[in-house]
Design a binder for this molecule. Structure first.
Ligand code: HEM
Length: 339
């Protein structure tokens, strides 16, 4: 199976009732009985190795998301951008160095738009203070994306995240361009792009729902989506033309919210926006291009809880892409540099 350990998915899910919030921010985390294990990843992996690791990450992420919900969106996107390039191995976190001047972080899909790095640094510093050299940066990224989903969804998207990933030692900007899909992709291109990582058409449709939070730079959809002809709703296009320059440039590239209805809530509103032709990217709009994916959009939009259930599963699958669990990785001391 390409790059993915799907077996762990079913056992990894748990109901929202097992997670509760303390004081609205610091998460109190109740692991489920019967850990799911596959591909070397395991729910509760740190239970004996660093018992408070997941609580610590959740506390840092909760505080950060409370200060700035946008950073939560960044953390959800970070998991995607990490996992699609060299697998979920924290390769996206590596800073440029004399030995490696062009890491993934500098590639256009990540630079300058990917955000949340300082939250990962803070979470890693906190777990290092509790248990030195035990918790990988790749697991911190996966926990942080899970926790950001929890907080931004008002706890509706609550699930267990298997862990045990190791950190990679290789990061190359050109590989980010090879694997991260641009917003101009059509449906066939998106399906093929996700299939390379062992993810299904439905995974792709469901994970695209993350575009219910966060922001986009105008350059990601101008001019192609605002130039006629486009399927985009005319009044939405009019609003966007008022927010974006006709020719965005690095010095003049504002951002707009991705979901104008509930911009900071991780919910199924994205699918309603797609149906109303009020989505930003060609990739978003292309989900209506086949009867099968259009039906998924309709179901995600209209059946309460449907998308949330699938998003939990798809995030666990995403976080299992090409993980390093054997001798092919390390637990980095500092997430920004190899040991
Ligand atoms: C299906 C293919 C996808 C494409 C073509 C795509 C493309 C993009 C683009 C162009 C942006 C705006 C970047 C900017 O201009 O600042 C963006 C933002 C975002 N994407 Fe995606 N994306 C895809 C899938 C995903 C997936 C799978 C996730 C996570 C599960 C995700 C989560 C996000 C989030 C949360 C943001 C907002 C980030 C922020 O506010 O900092 N995307 N995406």
């Amino acid at each position: 199976m390409a790059g993915l350990c799907a077996l762990l998915v079913a056992g990894a899910l748990f109901v929202a009732a097992t997670a509760s919030m303390v004081g609205g921010v610091a998460g109190f985390y109740v692991p489920p009985p019967g850990p799911a294990a596959a591909c070397g990843l395991k729910v509760g992996y740190y239970r004996d190795r660093c018992p408070h690791a997941e609580d610590i990450v959740r506390g840092v992420v909760g505080a950060a998301v409370l200060r700035d919900p946008g950073v939560g969106a960044g953390l959800i996107r970070m998991l995607f951008h990490d996992c699609f390039v060299e697998g979920c191995d924290a390769s996206v976190l590596l800073d440029p160095s004399p030995a490696n001047p062009q890491p993934e972080k500098l590639a256009p899909p990540n630079n300058p738009s990917l955000r949340g790095f300082e939250v990962i640094d803070a979470a890693k510093a906190a777990v290092e203070a509790a248990c030195q050299g035990v918790v990988s940066c790749a697991d911190v990224v996966a926990f942080a994306a899970r926790d950001a989903s929890f907080f931004l969804s008002n706890s509706r998207v609550a699930f267990q995240m298997p862990a045990g990933r190791l950190d990679g030692r290789y990061s190359n900007a050109s590989r980010a361009l090879d694997f991260l899909p641009p917003p101009t992709f059509n449906l066939a291109q998106l399906v093929a792009n996700f299939a390379v990582k062992g993810l299904s058409v439905e995974d792709m449709v469901v994970l695209s729902g993350a575009h219910t939070v966060g922001r986009s730079h105008c350059s990601s959809f101008v001019p192609d989506r605002l130039a006629a002809p486009s399927d985009i709703d005319p009044s939405f296009a009019f609003t966007l033309r008022g927010q974006c320059p006709a020719s965005p440039s690095p010095g003049n590239d504002p951002t707009v919210v991705q979901d104008a209805v509930t911009p900071n809530t991780l919910d199924s509103q994205y699918y309603k926006n797609v149906l109303a032709h009020r989505a930003l990217f060609t990739s978003d709009a292309s989900l209506l291009a086949s009867p099968a994916t259009a039906k998924m959009v309709v179901d995600n939009a209209n059946i309460p809880g449907w998308w949330e259930d699938r998003f939990k599963e798809a995030m666990v699958k995403l976080a299992a892409v090409e993980v390093k669990t054997g001798g092919n990785g390390e637990v980095r001391r500092n997430c920004r540099a190899v040991n």
